[in-house]
Design a protein around this ligand. Sequence first.
Ligand code: NAD
Ligand code: A1AUG
Length: 516
Amino acid sequence: MLTGFKNAVEVDFTLEENKKKIEEAFKQAHAEAGAVYPLIIGGKKVETEKKIASVSPATKEVLGYACSCSKEQADEAIKASYEAFKKWSLTSVEERVRVLRRLAALLIENRFIMDAWNVLESGKNWGEADGELCEQLDFINSYVMHIQNLEKGKELVPTDELTKCVYIPIGVGVAVSPWNFPLSLFGGMIVSAVVTGNTICCKPSSDAPIVAYKFVELCQKAGIPADVVSYIPGSGSEIGDFIVEHPLTRFVNFTGSKAVGCRINEHAAKIADGQRWIKRVVAEMGGKNAIIVDSTADIKKAANGVASSAFTFQGQKCSACSRAIVLADVYDEFVDEVVKCAAELKANQGSGESNATMGPVINQGAYNSITNYIEIGRKEGNVVFGGTYSDAEGYYIDPTVIRDIKRDARIANEEIFGPVLAVIKVDSFDEALDVANQTEYGLTGSVYSETRENIQRAKVEFQVGNLYFNRKSTAAVVLQHPFGGFNMSGTDAKTGTADYLTNFMNLKSITEDLNS
Ligand SMILES: NC(=O)c1ccc[n+]([C@@H]2O[C@H](COP(=O)([O-])OP(=O)(O)OC[C@H]3O[C@@H](n4cnc5c(N)ncnc54)[C@H](O)[C@@H]3O)[C@@H](O)[C@H]2O)c1
Ligand SMILES: N[C@@H](CCC=O)C(=O)O
């Protein structure tokens, strides 16, 4: 039963008072520019010589410096979490719920400054940042609700023995998060661990360590004991394998690319000396998401949905559409419409801080990779919009539409993670489904159609974790559209659900013979 749960509501930034509040928050964040954010190891703040510069993708200015965790410090953090687990795992669900409710309240109190840091670090606009904050509130509130149900344990068949089957915490988790949802993906990993009675060492992405630090600070203020959540930013290549392979690590919660997710899965499977369990791995990875547009679709609506899915937040959502698969008889009309939508978005391009609809991509590496894909796409098809870019001030790439892409083209199969749309022509709905399912991924997908039969077929045959009809493929809402992918998109651990929490718990079956 989901009674008592309500999704959080986004701030209305058209209201002058809210606009003023976020502008004030930007001033506050800029006044902190250049600050150093220490590691937090077992509750202790630790400054390091080596630093990670958090750089604004919009302006290339340094926003601040996170300390960079070494292997020795990571070892200390995992050992401290192991000690903290002995106490936190015995804490009542009631107490865990109490501090997490307090955390939700603090997040609301600090919403504008958290939004501002998110905008500055990730390059998203105000609405996208506040939408993410709402998702984080929803994660907290949903996990709090689920744990109170899970606490009751499994319902069993009555016998003359005294029986129960209860969920118990499992140990120290390692959280490895990406930069694109630096609050809700990072924070969701923390909250799911804490609510289930586990402790967690979290390694945020080096591209957005400040939002993560601010969230850990709120966790402490809320009353989560300081040694329950350790904050250990660091380079994946330096400490990634180490924290995954550590014998005291009990589970790894990862979100990021396929390459890193697969590597983590492999390394977590090795049994280290002294390790006493099989590690659990939750890995949510990339996508090459498709939207099918059939001949009966409302083409204007489809073009709007595709453009929004492909270009908002610069195509840097794992759920973003990067393939439009369009039936031949509406292909030209669709391309014309999607180009109009792209032109409107381009006209409103600028920094996240200015609240432009489209902003910069995250860093030089992403810029180089995306623009390289644009050049590949130029050879594989015809660029009908965009294809232009500049990294003179920040990392700006125009929304790019490439038509006449064949199904085996590189840009039809590889994740680009940028504002580039490949438009593929097909002759039948059969072929559309076949092309949609041809990649190794299976995260999100959508179909625009007014034909019942096609909709019904796609419900069965389109193999993705999140399937939508006549709407965009992005913006899943907690407990309305449980989120997670199939195949190389991940382990399909649907965030926000009670099932998700059971990844981080054991079920203990306890039986007492009353006749002895
Ligand atoms: N499925 C989802 O829910 C979801 C959500 C958001 C992003 N993503 C995916 O994330 C990717 C973009 O994010 P990114 O660029 O931050 O991804 P990434 O895989 O490059 O990095 C993710 C995290 O892994 C760390 N890391 C790197 N090497 C490591 C190693 N050997 N061991 C342990 N950790 C290591 C990084 O430092 C970072 O914190 C895209 O592929 C996107 O589709 C997926
Ligand atoms: N859950 C988000 C995507 C998260 C990944 O980047 C969506 O549904 O758009």
